[in-house]
Design a protein around this ligand. Structure first.
Ligand SMILES: [Cu+2]
Length: 369
């Protein structure tokens, strides 16, 4: 009997423990499940099927800029019709010291014009192919919702013009490029640029905005070989660029052409990677990105970043406060590209030195040593 009582008590105790464990487990599961669902829902966001509904008030001609300049922020609070006049120009430019190349351009330089519109705008692209040009061209803007991103309806022969419209429904920083066959050839020859679809509520105020675009040239001659160079398709296919550059040429944003900033300012870089092949490990030596809008989207997805990846055919937006004077080097941190292929730019920062932030104490590079 005592044994039976004991067993019975033990059984009851065991059952109670089991019940408690089960309820704890259930509670845990319920908590976990609800957390997971809430977090997942938040991280996924909603998936809108968009319909343009903002009334289009008036019309304006887009201000277009050459790199490294960016059109001023849009301050209007309504949607409008924006006319974008893009002239395709084939010309010979210098891509390095004594190295020339026959580029095909959107607006006369590589990279092409920077376009800035507002989310909800009705954008009308007027694409003119100059009479003296040799090739048909078109445009695929990654900001377009529709087949080919505009390429299907924008093909234009030398001496004529194509016009097409789209509503800029998704905000963000987008690449555009020529998509005429053979597409890699048109892109390798310089046919790319960027369009910012500014979110309706704008971007945080900064002191300076710059347009920086990485891309590659595949030339028949070696890096630095003088004279007029032509496209080496084999190198392109093998993804062996001769040049990797910012803003279309070696030194385009270095030395006397360096980007400028002052201590105490906030800087935003709109950075694109036209490829045609390479992903960029984008880095600014001596600076840390306070905000990175990953892949050119509209959410600051990360803070305090050293190097950010930019896919070919993609972009990123980086923002940082400038705290210390000196030259900040812009590089693709796949570092042979920076020091042997041209992927080197510069931000020249002026202003008061702050030894609390940065100071040499002893060594070869220290003044007075
Ligand atoms: Cu083209």
């Amino acid at each position: 009997m005592p044994v039976a009582v004991h067993e019975s008590a033990h059984t009851v105790k065991r059952a109670a423990v089991a019940a408690a464990l089960v309820s704890l487990a259930l509670l845990g599961t319920a908590t976990l499940t609800s957390c997971t669902r809430a977090d997942a829902a938040e991280s996924r966001g909603s998936i809108p099927v968009r319909t343009p509904s903002d009334p289009i008030e008036g019309q304006e001609v887009a201000v277009l800029t050459d790199a490294p300049n960016v059109p001023p922020p849009i301050t209007r609070t309504h949607a409008t019709k924006v006319i974008v006049n893009l002239d395709i120009i084939e010309k010979t430019v210098q891509i390095a010291d004594s190295v020339e190349y026959n580029v095909w351009t959107f607006g006369g330089s590589v990279p092409g014009k920077f376009i800035r519109v507002r989310e909800g705008d009705l954008v009308e692209i007027h694409l003119k192919n100059a009479a003296g040009n040799t090739m048909p061209h078109n445009i695929d803007l990654h900001a377009v919702t529709g087949p080919g991103g505009g390429a299907k309806v924008s093909m234009v022969l030398p001496g004529s013009e194509s016009i097409f419209r789209f509503t800029a429904m998704n905000p963000g920083l987008f690449i555009y490029h020529c998509a005429t066959s053979p597409v890699p050839m048109h892109m390798a020859n310089g046919m790319y640029g960027m369009i910012l679809v500014q979110p309706k509520d704008g971007l945080p105020k900064v002191d300076r905005e710059y347009y920086v675009m990485q891309s590659e040239y595949y030339t028949t001659g070696k890096f630095g070989e003088h004279g007029l160079q032509t496209l080496d398709m084999e190198k392109g296919i093998e993804e062996r660029p001769t040049y990797v550059v910012f803003n279309g040429a070696v030194g385009a944003i270095a030395g006397a052409k360096a980007l400028q900033a002052k201590v105490g300012e906030r800087v935003r870089l709109f950075v694109g990677d036209a490829g045609p092949n390479l992903t960029s490990s984008f880095h600014v030596i001596g600076e840390i990105f306070d905000n990175v809008y990953g892949e050119g989207g509209t959410v600051a997805t990360q803070h305090n970043v050293q190097t950010t990846l930019i896919p070919a055919g993609g972009s990123t937006i980086v923002e940082f406060g400038v705290e210390q004077p000196g030259d900040l080097m812009i590089v693709d941190h796949s570092i042979f590209r920076a020091f042997n292929q041209g992927a080197l730019g510069m931000i020249h920062v002026t202003g008061p030195d702050n030894a609390r932030i940065y100071a040499g104490v002893k060594g070869l590079g220290v003044k007075g040593e």
